[in-house]
Design a protein around this ligand. Structure first.
Ligand code: 5GP
Length: 170
C-alpha cells in the first residue's frame, strides 16, 4: 500500500514554513491504519521486543496497536504532570518549541528489550529523550519504529546508537 496517498501534507502548520504531515487521514481509514500497523510489525519482527514505549500523543496511536499486534505490553511516555505515579522526567527541544517528557519509574524493568514507537521522526529530539528515560530505568532500546521519517531533518543523526526504521520517508 502507498501510505503517502493517505497522509495529508498541510503547509504552514503549526508555524509558517513547516509542512505538517497529517496522519488523521490515514487513521480514519480502517484498511490503511491496519495495513500500516501490520507493515510496522513486519519491519520490527526480528528485534525480540518485550515491550513497546511511545510518546504522547501520536506515539500512542501507533505504539499501542503495534504492541498488541506484537503481543507485548505498551508503556506511555507522557508530557510532564500527566502521570499519577512516581515518575522520572527529561526536557528536550522540538522541531518547533520545547517540551518535557515523563515515564513511571516502575514502567520498565531492568533488562527489558524496548521498542520505541512514534508517528514521525523529525529532528529526533523526542525519541532521543524518550530513549534516555527508558535507559535511565534500565531498559535496553532494541529499536525505534516510525510511520514517517522526515529525512531532510536528519533525526537519525541523533539516534546513531538506535536501530531506526520507518515505513514512509519524505
Ligand atoms: P522530533 O522530536 O523528531 O523533532 O519531532 C517528532 C515529534 O513531533 C513526534 O512526536 C511527532 O508526533 C511530532 N511532529 C513533528 N512534526 C510533525 C509532522 O509534520 N506531523 C506529525 N504528525 N507529527 C509531527
Amino acid at each position: 500500500m502507498d501510505f503517502k496517498e493517505y497522509i495529508r501534507v498541510i503547509p504552514d502548520f503549526p508555524q509558517p514554513g513547516i509542512r505538517f504531515k497529517d496522519i488523521t487521514t490515514l487513521l480514519k481509514d480502517g484498511k490503511a491504519y491496519q495495513a500500516a500497523i501490520d507493515s510496522l510489525k513486519e519491519l520490527v519482527a526480528d528485534l525480540k521486543i518485550d515491550v513497546v514505549a511511545g510518546p504522547e500523543a501520536r506515539g500512542f496511536v501507533i505504539g499501542a496497536p503495534l504492541a498488541l499486534a506484537l503481543g507485548v505490553g505498551f508503556v506511555p511516555i507522557r508530557k510532564s504532570g500527566k502521570l499519577p505515579g512516581e515518575t522520572i522526567e527529561a526536557s528536550y527541544d522540538l522541531e518547533y518549541g520545547k517540551d518535557k517528557l515523563a515515564v513511571h519509574k516502575d514502567a520498565i524493568a531492568p533488562g527489558q528489550r524496548v521498542l520505541i514507537a512514534d508517528d514521525l521522526l523529525a529532528t529526533g529530539g523526542t525519541i532521543a529523550t524518550a530513549s534516555q528515560l527508558v535507559r535511565q530505568l534500565g531498559g535496553e532500546i532494541v529499536g525505534a519504529a516510525f510511520l514517517i521519517e522526515l529525512g531532510y531533518l536528519d533525526g537519525r543523526a541523533k539516534l546513531t546508537d538506535i536501530e531506526t526504521r520507518s515505513l514512509v520517508q519524505y
